[in-house]
Each structure stands twice: as structure tokens, then as C-alpha cells.
Design a protein around this ligand. Structure first.
Ligand code: NCD
Ligand code: ZN
Length: 340
């Protein structure tokens, strides 16, 4: 059995920089027409000059003949001004990303207090530039499994009532709370990763810690996983594909203090196909993967078509990653769909 669909896009992707970028970007370029490129590299992409340099670096790392389009994002800090947003907008930046300081990988320069960037958010609202949100609070007393739900109550609700016209993408949602919130308000959509629909916290912790199932926001209990699956296959255009593929070397993951991030770029669409097919919803994949994100960002669909074939294959144990190796999500496991 096989079927055709419009080539998908990845609305949340980390391709890193330097040697590592050259190892991974071709994998996304093969699967995806475009990708929203996360700006949390070192140093982060905080202004138009940084964006232009990073875009050039990505384009020159692409395989010859690739038409993959990186969609660039600005990293918000406490010091991002309205002028910086306007300059970035003029440099074809499609969105800006809110990392609460300390929430995740390379977020140290992130925003310490949302009120610090209200003037910036007002400018984005005027320009129609979407705000991409890493939705977790970082206060040490808040349990890691509750950080997304607390963020909704303490931060996101407030931002949405203060800036009702601001377009927001709630990135890599992990809870039923987030699904319900997105369904209930206008001007907000959400990305859903393959790991958050394929695994839950038992898959990360029962029988030994599985560092390659660890990312931020951390995978939650099975009932949240079910709510995310229901959202992804609902046909509601507010929910679309964003892998959050975030490669770290095997050694950085399999460590006493392992890095957060799941690497899914090489087989992203196959992972989603696996999850959708498991609940008999493969017919809902094209909207989620190739249409709804483009609609939200006001972009046309890709012209290319891909073919997915029902065929068992085994995910490689690892891939080259500059001078290291990187372990992909579900390494060594059998998947039942393949792009051909
Ligand atoms: C991401 C990374 O490694 O850059 N890690 C992750 O666990 N998702 C950062 C992020 O998106 O939070
Ligand atoms: Zn991410």
C-alpha cells in the first residue's frame, strides 16, 4: 500500500551550526520543503545581522541542488527593541522566539520577565509577526512535569489578554491543558512533535532511563499523550507538524547530566505516519504535515509530492555527527512506513 501527499514542512527545527549543521541539515532538506529554524545556537541569533549570517551558513551547507528553504527566526532577549524587530522583519525573518531564560538548551540569554518585552510584542502584533513560545516556567519550586500548565496559567493567558491580536505558536505542546487552551482561543496554534505522540514518561523511565526519549518540555503521562494524538489527527488546522528535532552527540545524551533533545530529522515523516496509522488516521497526515502550518504562516503549499509506502524498515542505530555520532529517535526499532 502506498499514497502520495504534498511535501511536508517542519515548523520547528534545530539544525545547529558549523560542522554539525553540515551533518544534519541535508536530512531535513530531503524530507521537508521548508523549516522554521530555531535560533538557539551559540551565540544565539538575536538581530538581523545574525539572521543573515545564519541563513547564509545554512544555505551553503545544503546538498547541491536542494531547494529547501530555511525560514528564519529571531531569538528574543530582554534587550530586543522594536527597531530590532522591524529590521529583522525587513530581513525576511518570519517570527521571533520566546525562550524563558533557563528553560532549555542555550536559553541563558532568553527573556527573564515577559513584561520586559511587551513593547517588542506590541510591534510584532502590528507587523503580524508570530511569536513562537517555549511554554514553560522556570521557577525551581515548580515541578518539571507541571511547568507547561503553570506557564499557561501564569504567562500565556496574560499575554493573550494584553495583546489579543498577536499571532502565537505554542511550540512542542505536551499536555491536554495546552490542547484545550489552543482550541479555546483565537490567534494561537501549536506544533506537535513525533516524540510527544509516540512515547510517554513510562517509555522514558520504566526499566531504566532512556536518554534518547528525553527532551524539553519533558514527555508527560499517557493521558496527555492521548490528548496530543487526538489533536494531531483532529483535522483542526491549529495543530501542525513541528519535529523539534534537536540533535546532541551520543556522548552528550548518554551522560550523568544528559542534554535535552530528541533527534528525528532523518525519519520525521515516517515517525508521524507511524503514529497516525496506529490510530487509523493516515488520511489526516497531509493536512497536519503539509497544509495547516503553511496556512498559519500565510505561505503557499509546496509544489513537490512525496510517496509514502507501507514497508517495514529498521531505524539506524546512529548517524555521523561532525566527528561524533548522534542516536536518532527510536533507533533500532521497526517503523512501518517509508518515503520512497
Ligand atoms: C532543544 C535543543 O536542544 O536545542 N531541546 C529540546 O529538548 N527540545 C531546545 C528546545 O526546543 O527546547
Ligand atoms: Zn526546539
Amino acid at each position: 500500500m502506498q499514497f502520495e501527499m504534498i511535501k511536508p514542512d517542519d515548523w520547528h527545527l534545530h539544525v545547529r551550526s558549523g560542522e554539525v549543521l553540515r551533518s544534519v541539515v541535508g536530512m531535513s532538506a530531503k524530507q521537508m520543503g521548508r523549516a522554521i529554524i530555531m535560533p538557539n545556537i551559540k551565540p544565539p541569533v538575536i538581530n538581523a545581522t545574525g539572521v543573515n549570517a545564519y541563513r547564509e551558513e545554512i544555505l551553503s551547507a545544503l546538498p547541491r541542488g536542494s531547494v529547501f528553504k530555511p525560514l528564519m527566526v529571531l531569538y528574543l532577549t530582554d534587550n530586543t527593541t522594536s527597531e530590532m524587530i522591524i529590521k529583522a522583519h525587513n530581513a525576511d525573518v518570519v517570527a521571533a522566539k520566546l525562550y524563558p531564560a533557563g528553560a532549555t538548551t542555550n536559553s541563558d540569554s532568553g527573556v527573564t520577565k515577559i513584561k520586559n518585552i511587551y513593547h517588542t510584542l506590541e510591534t510584532m502584533q502590528k507587523l503580524g509577526m508570530p511569536l513562537l513560545v517555549h511554554g514553560e516556567v522556570t521557577r525551581s519550586e515548580v515541578d518539571i512535569f507541571d511547568r507547561e500548565a503553570v506557564f499557561i496559567d501564569e504567562v500565556l493567558s496574560q499575554v493573550m489578554s494584553d495583546l489579543p491580536e498577536l499571532k502565537i505558536v505554542f511550540e512542542h505542546i505536551t499536555t491536554k491543558n495546552a490542547v484545550d487552551f489552543v482550541c479555546n482561543y483565537d490567534n494561537i496554534a501549536a506544533t506537535i512533535t513525533p516524540q510527544h505522540i509516540l512515547v510517554n514518561r513510562n517509555d522514558m523511565l520504566v526499566g531504566g532511563i532512556k536518554p534518547h526519549n528525553y527532551c524539553l518540555p519533558v514527555v508527560k503521562r499517557a493521558s496527555h499523550q492521548s490528548a496530543l494524538i487526538d489533536a494531531a489527527i483532529s483535522g483542526n488546522p491549529k495543530f501542525f507538524l513541528g519535529t523539534d528535532s534537536a540533535p546532541h552527540s551520543k556522548y552528550d545524551k548518554e551522560s550523568a547530566c544528559g542534554c535535552a533533545g530528541v533527534f528525528s530529522a532523518p525519519h520525521a515523516i515516517e515517525l508521524y505516519a507511524q503514529a497516525f496509522d496506529k490510530v487509523n488516521a493516515i488520511d489526516k497526515l497531509e493536512g497536519f504535515a503539509a497544509k495547516f502550518g503553511a496556512d498559519f504562516y500565510g505561505l503557499p503549499y509546496n509544489n513537490e509530492i512525496i510517496t509514502l509506502k507501507k514497508q517495514d524498515w529498521i531505524v539506524p542505530k546512529n548517524y555521523n555527527f561532525a566527528s561524533n555520532i548522534v542516536v536518532p529517535f527510536m533507533a533500532g526499532k521497526t517503523l512501518s512506513w517509508k518515503v520512497c
